[in-house]
Design a protein around this ligand. Structure first.
Ligand code: FDA
Length: 387
């Protein structure tokens, strides 16, 4: 069979591209159902975009690459679509927009928008070549092989995160097949692990922090787990972390700890320092910190230099992760198909016209907070319109 456009992957980017491509469009996906990551995202409510979305919220070797697509199909354009389909939504925090009811509303919306396209699930790519003018593709559907020719091939098979859900490195293989460089890939938006269950006594405890690593800081919640550290602040930092790098945690962001300790020295001098600190931090955490920092004595005994040292320890607590939980739980894959060989307005290959890469498979990774879906929507629209 011949189609005008063949899209590999019926996830966020692939479905959006299908909604904007011509009527002769076939989308194939090896999974049982389309948009599985949309379905489980945002705790089942899908954080579908972010009101503050802009190029600075993305990590890529080329920090300018995302600009054009994000401008041409912005968070406001996606929100218009959500409103057109009368999907109830709300803002949670930091500009993050979620469905009120279910992430399935977004999948239904995309399927309605892409209704002119043919979508086949449980369909595998067997072989792919280019004959100089067309792509020749062999696919397997219902146990039978089928040959498809097309002039436009949009690769939307995502990254490597959560292989259990069907994530594969197919996009990188296709890029390599056609001579496109692929930048190093890593798990992103992923919890940190630490040796020996270091934080297990604190497991379940959450508090607001300002964390910093690799020159990037985030002020959000931190969550202690049996295996290490998680929570939004940590997931964000993980995308900027490299092995051997430590993470500085300000456990009292926005507080004037020196003044608070000086006031404690004067007003509650007979209190244990640990009791004094427990008015500022969770008691469990103070007990834990007492094993790491000298917290002996009373508030009244504190010298000015000890107050300074204590404030520094609490506002720049340095921890050294052993690693991350990896692709098993990572929300995204950092790196991917290099943007060098891709046109930022159309997502089309500069060396092989008709070949497009969109969504997470590209070396464009968003922060936590709806940015990755916005990239899927924006890059999907760019390629769908150009195909
Ligand atoms: P996506 O992964 O969505 O789609 C790829 C498709 O290709 C899949 O349907 C897959 O089955 C198919 N495929 C893969 N290999 C194939 C092969 N070899 N043959 C055929 N088909 C193949 N982002 C955000 O902005 N807000 C949020 O709330 C969340 N929440 C979230 C939660 C969790 C648990 C995860 C894992 C991720 C998120 N994300 C997120 C990230 C977001 O889900 C992700 O960035 C987008 O889904 C990427 O869209 P793509 O279409 O590029 O890939």
């Amino acid at each position: 069979m011949h189609v005008q456009t063949l899209i590999l992957g019926a996830g966020a980017a692939g479905l959006m591209a299908a909604a904007h491509a011509g009527p002769s469009t076939l989308v194939i996906d090896h999974a049982k159902a389309v948009g599985e990551k949309i379905r489980i995202s945002g705790g089942g409510r899908c954080n579908f975009t972010n009101m503050q979305c802009g190029p600075d919220n993305f990590i890529s070797k080329n920090k300018h690459f995302s600009k054009s697509a994000l401008k041409r199909f912005s968070q406001w354009d996606f929100l218009d679509l959500v409103q057109k389909h009368r999907i109830p939504w709300h803002e949670k925090t930091l500009g993050q927009l979620f469905c009120d009811t279910s992430a399935k509303d977004i999948i239904q919306m995309l399927l309605a928008e892409a209704s002119a396209a043919t979508i086949w699930t449980r369909t595998r790519l067997i072989e792919l070549s280019h004959d100089g003018s067309h792509f020749r593709v062999t696919i397997e559907k219902d146990g039978k092989n089928l040959d498809v020719t097309t002039k436009a091939l949009i690769v939307a098979t995502g990254g490597k995160s959560i292989p259990k859900m069907g994530a594969t490195g197919l996009a990188y293989d296709i890029a390599a097949q056609f001579g496109h460089p692929v930048t190093e890939t890593r798990a992103g938006l992923v919890p940190f692990t630490f040796p020996d269950g270091r934080f297990s006594p604190l497991s379940g405890l959450s508090l607001p922090v300002r964390g910093e690593t690799g020159g990037q800081a985030f002020e959000e919640a931190l969550l202690f787990t049996h295996r290490g550290l998680s929570g939004p602040a940590i997931l964000q930092l993980s995308s900027y972390w490299r092995e051997g790098q430590d993470v500085a945690l300000n456990l009292l962001p926005g507080s004037d700890v020196v003044s608070a300790l000086k006031a404690a020295r004067q007003q509650t001098g007979k209190r244990n320092l640990t009791t004094g600190l427990a008015t500022m931090l969770p008691e469990k955490l103070v007990t834990f910190l007492a094993g790491e920092i000298d917290l002996t004595g009373n508030c009244g005994d504190l010298s000015n230099s000890r107050i300074d040292a204590l404030a520094a320890a609490l506002q720049s607590w340095r921890v050294l992760p052993q690693g991350t939980e990896g692709y098993r739980t990572a929300e995204v894959t950092l790196g991917g198909v290099s943007t060098d060989g891709v046109d930022s307005r159309t997502m089309m290959s500069k060396s092989l016209p008709g070949l497009f890469f969109i969504g997470e498979c590209l070396d464009v990774t968003g922060w936590l907070g709806g940015y990755n879906f916005q990239w899927a929507w924006s890059s999907g629209v760019a390629a769908g319109q150009a195909a």
